[in-house]
Ligand binder design. Structure first.
Ligand SMILES: N[C@@H](CCC(=O)N[C@@H](CS)C(=O)NCC(=O)O)C(=O)O
Length: 217
């Protein structure tokens, strides 16, 4: 099978698929597009107008969670839990992670101090709920890295950057979540999952949107 991932360089949802592909050591091509000026071919094949897309020979898959489940069914090692109940629970918490990514994005886009404080509270509430589910580590469910871990790593990578610009964010994240994040960020598949100048691109993007947190960067 020939695989081509259609990406936007700082998209956390694309990054999930890159991590899964790297974990499985599968060869793939990657095509970057500008989401503010999408090419005509992309509009034709992306049902929601969103990345990631995974082109598999002449077929197109969309939605990061679906793409990663496909990869997990086709390429070893299996990353989802084998037990159906555990697998279903992981799917639910991956969805929770998608919601967290959107809430984190709102924090990046916050335009003033009041909006930052308000959005930090939202994130703090979600962290407090999530931490109840996390194992004693190093990963979400213990010793084994899972598809769920691949889904959360992009969140922690962006949070590290945001923390550099707003110290209070460090206190918002429970230490158990932070330890999980550090374990994910130390993993080779995660370190290799973004472009070399990712941090600067993330900052540039935030600044172009009037981000208050990243304004001083
Ligand atoms: N639920 C989707 C979310 C993907 C998503 O929101 N991608 C963003 C970039 S990070 C996008 O393509 N946005 C373009 C748009 O909304 O027009 C998934 O998990 O793949």
């Amino acid at each position: 099978m020939k695989l081509e991932l259609v990406s936007f360089a700082i998209c956390p949802f694309v990054q999930r698929a890159v991590i899964a592909l790297k974990e499985k050591q599968v060869d793939f091509d990657i095509t970057y597009i500008d989401l503010e000026n999408t090419p005509a071919w992309f509009k034709l094949i992306s049902p929601f107008g969103k990345v990631p897309l995974l082109k598999v020979d002449n077929e197109v898959l969309f939605e990061s969670a679906i793409i990663n489940e496909f990869l997990d069914e086709v390429y070893p090692p299996v990353l989802h839990p084998e037990d159906p109940l555990e697998r279903a629970k992981h799917r639910g918490w991956i969805e929770f992670g998608s919601n967290l990514l959107f809430e984190q994005f709102k924090l990046v886009l916050a335009q003033d101090e009041e909006a930052i404080v308000q959005q930090s509270e939202v994130l703090g509430g979600l962290f407090a709920r999530l931490v109840q589910e996390v194992s004693d580590g190093p990963y979400f469910a213990g010793a084994r890295f899972s598809l769920l871990d691949a889904a959360y790593a992009p969140l922690f990578m962006r949070y590290e950057i945001l923390k550099k610009h707003r110290e209070e964010l460090a206190d918002l994240m429970p230490s158990k979540l932070d330890a999980w994040g550090q374990a994910l960020l130390a993993r080779e598949s995660v370190k290799d999952s973004v472009v070399d100048d990712f941090e600067q691109r993330f900052i540039n993007f935030g600044q172009s949107k009037g981000s208050f947190i990243l304004a001083d960067a």
